[in-house]
Design a protein around this ligand. Structure first.
Ligand code: ZN
Length: 250
C-alpha cells in the first residue's frame, strides 16, 4: 500500500501582489502575479504492510477434496498451496491425511449425520428435555472414540465426516479385515442408543445401508456420482417424523 506524503499545497513563494491605485478619485484594485506558482515535490512512499500483498490476515477457501470451507492465515494458505500443486487447493486436514494424493480414490467418505440430525430434530420438535440434548452430544463423542480405535478410520470434527482408508483394508497380513471395518461401523451405530430413543427403529435396515455401500466400495471403489459421500438417513428404517403423531419412548 502506498502512502501520500509531503506538502501538496501551494508552496512558499507563491502568491499575488495586490495594491490600490487612485484613478480620478476612484480607487481601483489591481492584481499582479508576484511570481509563478511553485509546487513542492510529492513523494510516494511504500509503507510497510504486514499483509505482504494479501487482501487480509485470514482467507477462506474451499477444499478440492472434502469440499469444506476453510479459513486460514495467509502464511498457512501459501504452505497449503505449495503442497496442493497448481490445479487444486486442499485443506490442512486433507493434506495431513494424504487425501490430496492419488491414494484419495481409496478413501470412502461417510458420516452418521443422518442419525444425529434426526436426533436433534426430535429434540427441537418434540419438546425433549435438556438431558436428551446432552445425551446426543455424548453419543457423538462416544462414536468418535469407538471409530478412532480402528486404524483405517480418520475423523474430521469440522464436518463430522469419517474417511475409511481402503488401501489399509484387505486380506494381507498388514491389512485391516473388511469384517473389522463393518464391526466398527456397527459399534459406532450402537453408540446412538436408537433402540431406546426411537421406539420404531429397525436397526438392521439402517446397518444394511452402510454394509451394502461399504462392500461396494471395498470391491469396486464405487460410489454413485450424485452421492460421493455415504450419509444414510433414517428414511425406510422404521423411524417416524415428528409430525406423524406417533409415540416416542422417553
Ligand atoms: Zn479437505
Amino acid at each position: 500500500m502506498s502512502g501520500f506524503m509531503g506538502n501538496n499545497g501551494m508552496g512558499t513563494g507563491s502568491g499575488y501582489y495586490s495594491g490600490q491605485q487612485n484613478c480620478g478619485g476612484r480607487s481601483l484594485v489591481t492584481v499582479v502575479p508576484k511570481k509563478e506558482f511553485s509546487f513542492n515535490c510529492v513523494k510516494l512512499v511504500e509503507k510497510p504492510s504486514r499483509l505482504d500483498g494479501e487482501l487480509g490476515d485470514n482467507i477462506t477457501y474451499e477444499c478440492s477434496f472434502c469440499g469444506k470451507s476453510v479459513t486460514i492465515h495467509h502464511d498457512m494458505r501459501r504452505a497449503c498451496e505449495r503442497m496442493s500443486g497448481t490445479q487444486h487447493f486442499y485443506c490442512p486436514f486433507c493434506i495431513r491425511h494424504g487425501l490430496h494424493t492419488r491414494n484419495s480414490r481409496n478413501f470412502l467418505a461417510l458420516s452418521f449425520k443422518g442419525i444425529t440430525n434426526y436426533c436433534f430434530d426430535k429434540y427441537q420438535n418434540w419438546g425433549q428435555k435438556t438431558e436428551y440434548f446432552d445425551a446426543i452430544w455424548e453419543s457423538i463423542d462416544t462414536h468418535i472414540r469407538v471409530g478412532l480405535q480402528n486404524p483405517a478410520f480418520i475423523y474430521d470434527r469440522d464436518t463430522m465426516m469419517w474417511y475409511i482408508d481402503f488401501s489399509k483394508v484387505g486380506k494381507g497380513k498388514k491389512k485391516v479385515k473388511i469384517k473389522d471395518v463393518l464391526k466398527t461401523v456397527i459399534n459406532m451405530l450402537l453408540c446412538f442408543n436408537l433402540d431406546e430413543h426411537v421406539i420404531t427403529v429397525r436397526m438392521s435396515k439402517l446397518y444394511q445401508k452402510y454394509e451394502e455401500a461399504i462392500y461396494k466400495f471395498y470391491r469396486n471403489r464405487y460410489r454413485p456420482l450424485d452421492k460421493p459421500k455415504l450419509i444414510p438417513t433414517m428414511t425406510g428404517c422404521g423411524a417416524v417424523t415428528y409430525n406423524t403423531g406417533m409415540t416416542w419412548r422417553d
